[in-house]
Design a protein. Structure first.
Length: 464
């Protein structure tokens, strides 16, 4: 990929959202950044990294445009590694449009492309690739846990882990390369076993992180909860309770919900996608049948399935056969026995249901008897769903790798490490290690042959 910025380019862009606001910031980066202030007749003396209040004028008509705060960052201390000028102007649409119009008329400036300021910072070694990618995650964060994951990545936690893995692979590759390049120093069986053990250790660490990929993706894009059940068991009522709005139509008429109704909410700081589905029942209605087919797909897509039952009508439990058939193996299943206000002994019904589920070896995470008419019971259902949703969050020693490119790269790296263990010939083992090194290098920067050779010769004694 060619460099976006040539050495003589100076770029500009609005760095805040377009629209009415108290303040808007226009950023200018490049060797001609300070020239903009001269052409816009900014008369105040500029001191690097200090806010200066002054007037900005139209370059052609000398008409006053706005009074603004100007901050100049020399390239040694700027975000991009180039001279940067920030114009903190009033956030009115007319003011923004006028400033952008003036800048676009200057032939030594051009409008920045998407992400170009950060791309320049990367090319000038002001920011790492991993940090640049985590910045996007931080900007796109919508929930508290997304923010926590993104700020950990931006703070370098993930990068430190990649650097350590990179160093380990360079070390493994240097040992293998050494015995190929210097055949007089034959690799003994014990040394070969030690090499394989070190590869296995690194592979195990990668795979322990790979195991969290699905949960990491759900954490960033949204944990999908599908509410499944027969008609008129309270699915739409639960949908409205969780979304705190009249998202779904609630009616005594069976088959009211004929499509998958979706909404996105934040629950206990997590992004949640709720899906209210068409009720399962025997029907000749073509449209309702289509809705039931969509309900089956919703189960396949779900991270959590909430099976709703009417406690007063447990004669047909075939819904569990449908759930078992269509859900993913790792999907969490919660069973909610609704409408306990209609029966005298809900505990008996709950025990009978649990015995039935155990008899068919149905995997479920919890069974809760409740009445969604009661606020206290509503809270119990929400708390149950929250407790399961929180299991998608794994902080502590495990870094949540949420970037899809990183996930694919680490899976490829793991594949080549696994292949290297299966190769008996040292040359083939080394080739797989080279592939693994290339993959991990893509996260931080390529592992060069010079780097491998440096590692090789640094381990030799002086007289060798």
């Amino acid at each position: 990929m060619s460099k976006i910025l040539s050495q003589n380019d100076t770029i500009y862009a609005l760095s805040t959202c377009y629209g009415k606001a108290g303040v808007a910031i226009v950023r200018i980066s490049g060797p001609e950044a300070l020239r903009v202030l001269h052409d816009m007749q900014f008369a105040k003396r500029i001191v690097p990294r200090m806010a200066t209040l002054g007037k900005l004028y139209d370059c052609l008509s000398s008409e006053l445009v706005d009074e603004a705060i100007v901050i100049y960052f020399p390239k040694t201390s700027s975000y991009t590694g180039e001279d940067v000028v920030e114009l903190q102007i009033h956030g009115g649409i007319a003011v923004i449009n006028k400033i952008i119009s003036i800048l676009s008329s200057l032939n030594y400036l051009r409008l920045a492309r998407n992400g170009e300021f950060t791309r320049i910072a990367l090319e000038n070694d002001k920011i790492s690739l991993a940090k640049a990618e985590s910045l996007i995650e931080l900007i796109n964060s919508e929930t508290e846990h997304q923010r926590k994951v993104a700020i950990r990545h931006y703070n370098g936690d993930l990068e430190e882990m990649y650097i350590r893995w990179r160093k380990l692979i360079v070390g493994l590759l240097s040992i293998a390369e050494a015995y190929i390049d210097f055949p007089d120093d034959m690799l003994t069986l014990g040394e070969l076993n030690k090499l394989d053990q070190d590869i296995e250790s690194l592979l195990a660490e990668l795979q322990s992180n790979i195991a969290f990929f699905d949960k990491a993706n759900a954490l960033m894009s949204g944990i999908t909860i599908s509410i499944i059940g027969a008609t008129n068991v309270g699915k739409s009522t639960l949908m409205n309770i969780l979304s705190k709005s009249d998202t779904s139509i609630v009616s005594n008429v069976e088959g009211t919900t004929r499509d998958v109704v979706k909404t996105k909410i934040e629950l206990c700081g997590l992004p949640i996608i709720i899906q209210d589905t068409a009720g399962f029942r025997e029907t000749d209605d073509v449209v309702e049948i289509m809705g039931i087919d969509k309900s089956k797909k919703a189960m396949r897509d779900a991270d959590i399935v909430v099976v709703m039952l009417d406690v007063s009508n447990l004669t047909d439990l075939s819904i569990f056969l449908q759930v078992e058939k269509f859900k993913k193996t790792e999907t969490y299943v919660l069973v909610v026995l609704n409408k306990i206000d209609k029966v005298d002994n809900s505990d008996h019904s709950e025990l009978q249901l649990i015995k039935y589920l155990d008899s068919i070896n149905f995997r479920y995470n919890n069974v809760l008897a409740t009445s969604l008419k009661l606020e206290q019971d509503q809270s119990e259902v929400i708390n149950l769903i929250e407790s399961v949703a929180k299991e998608f969050v794994q902080f502590g020693d495990v870094n949540m790798i949420t970037n899809i490119r990183h996930q694919n790269t680490l899976q490829d790296c793991s594949y080549h490490l696994k292949n290297s263990l299966s190769k008996e010939a040292l040359e083939l083992k080394t080739e797989e290690l080279r592939y693994a090194a290339k993959e991990i290098g893509g996260l931080l920067g390529d592992i060069t042959m010079e780097e491998v050779l440096d590692e090789v010769f640094s381990s030799f004694c002086i007289g060798k």
